[in-house]
Design a protein around this ligand. Structure first.
Ligand code: OSB
Ligand code: MG
Length: 391
């Protein structure tokens, strides 16, 4: 495979021009409701972006949720930014390449989830045209990656133990428990006692604690967790650094990591010992790869998070998980953990691992029937008459 230093390039001759973007809202019922400290999701409403170029089309999935609970961004807001700001900026862009479109809308402040969906769709088209897989483009070094599963907050510990037992039977190699005040030490103790010391176990608070909870969170120390993810609110790096000094459990930041620069700051401050990279949260796979490289340079391991993606979002996450410094199992789960019917061929676990797609681009296509039955609405946004002008 391509060495990381050679990654990030495709031959210029194969790059088409952007013609327009299809925005498609889909809704997929989850096989079981997913409860976190932020709220409960019963369905995955998602926004799919199809980049149509003079050459081939590509797909990107926006990871925002329907409501602004995990992030300030939310689906209708992302669609609005794409429609009114990102596509018009791209209309002046003569090359359908990820770097060219990212540069074209660089003046648009924020909105990384909207940008990631557009950039990924264009990158997929670019790589399909070049006949190169995303894993090769990013510098992946593994053909298979370890799976992990994120387990929601339950009503009772007994129910949690049954659900975790089912996931372990499926072959998941790491369990992440969602926690919040009132659902932390007891469920962790119960899972550790039932499944033993060898289980790779971690927790995720989605920012539900405050610095005043430090001594309570220290009670998680004896359970040998791999990490505690995002214990404090996303803008409290100083608080995380102070908390890290008081906890035996390593801290991993998720929501706080918004860019390679913020990752470098968080690592340097001692606010994080591990990084959860979510391409959809940081503006796309180009920035995600830079975060990976920053972590590697600091000797900080990373892993790939998830946002209940459909197969179209899962495929590129697998490519990123193939990078050398993604040394911990990610929230890389099978389609069946989320949906009765995915919109791509289902992703499956094979002996605790999942294969990294090898086809051009993201390596998967939507199943036309499954896509049609999940679709709520579609909208076509042409790149318009500004194309070809000086812009
Ligand atoms: O914090 O990692 C998180 C899902 C939605 C929003 C935030 C998070 C999550 C998960 C699920 O933990 C991970 C997955 O996709 O399986
Ligand atoms: Mg998280």
């Amino acid at each position: 495979m391509t060495k990381p230093s050679e990654a990030g390039e495709t031959p210029a001759r194969s790059i088409g021009r952007p013609v327009g973007f299809e925005l498609r809202r889909v809704s997929l019922p989850l096989v079981r409701p997913f409860r976190t400290s932020l709220g409960t999701e019963a369905d995955r409403d998602a926004l799919l972006v199809k980049a149509v170029t003079t050459d081939v089309a590509g797909w990107g999935e926006c990871v925002a949720m329907a409501e602004p609970l995990y992030s300030a961004e939310y689906l209708d807001g992302c669609a609005d930014v794409i429609r009114h700001f990102l596509v018009p900026a791209i209309a002046a862009c003569s090359a359908a390449s990820a770097t060219a479109v990212a540069e074209a809308y660089r003046h648009v402040r924020g909105h990384p989830m909207a940008k990631a969906a557009v950039e990924t769709a264009v990158l997929d088209a670019q790589l399909r045209a070049a006949g190169m897989s995303l894993a090769t483009f990013l510098g992946g070094t593994r053909e298979r990656v370890d799976t992990g599963v994120s387990v929601g907050i339950m009503d009772a510990v007994g129910e949690l133990l049954d659900v975790v037992a089912g996931y372990l039977d499926d072959g998941y190699r790491r369990i992440k428990l969602k926690i919040e005040p009132g659902w932390d030490v007891e469920p962790v103790r119960a899972v550790r006692e039932r499944f033993g010391d060898d289980l790779l176990l971690q927790v995720d608070a989605n920012g539900a604690y405050t610095p005043a909870d430090a001594s309570h969170l220290a009670r998680l120390g004896p359970f040998d967790l791999l990490m505690i993810e995002q214990p404090l609110p996303e803008d409290d790096l100083t608080g995380h650094a102070a908390l890290a000094a008081r906890l035996r459990t390593p801290i991993c930041l998720d929501e706080s990591i918004t860019s390679a620069r913020s990752a470098a700051v968080a690592i340097t401050m001692g606010a994080t010992a591990v990084v959860n990279i979510k391409p959809g949260r940081v503006g796309g796979y180009l920035e995600a790869r830079r975060i990976h490289d920053v972590c590697a340079a600091h000797g900080v391991p990373c892993w790939i998070g998830g946002m209940l993606e459909t197969g179209l979002g899962r495929a590129p996450n697998l490519a990123l998980a193939a990078l050398p410094n993604c040394t911990l199992p990610g929230d890389i789960s099978a389609s069946s953990r989320y949906f009765r019917r995915d919109i791509t061929e289902p992703f499956e676990i094979d002996n605790g691992q999942m294969a990294v797609p090898v086809g051009p681009g993201i390596g998967v296509d939507p199943d036309p029937d499954a896509l049609a039955s999940a679709t709520v609405s579609t909208e076509w946004i042409p790149c318009g008459s500004r194309f070809g002008t000086a812009g």
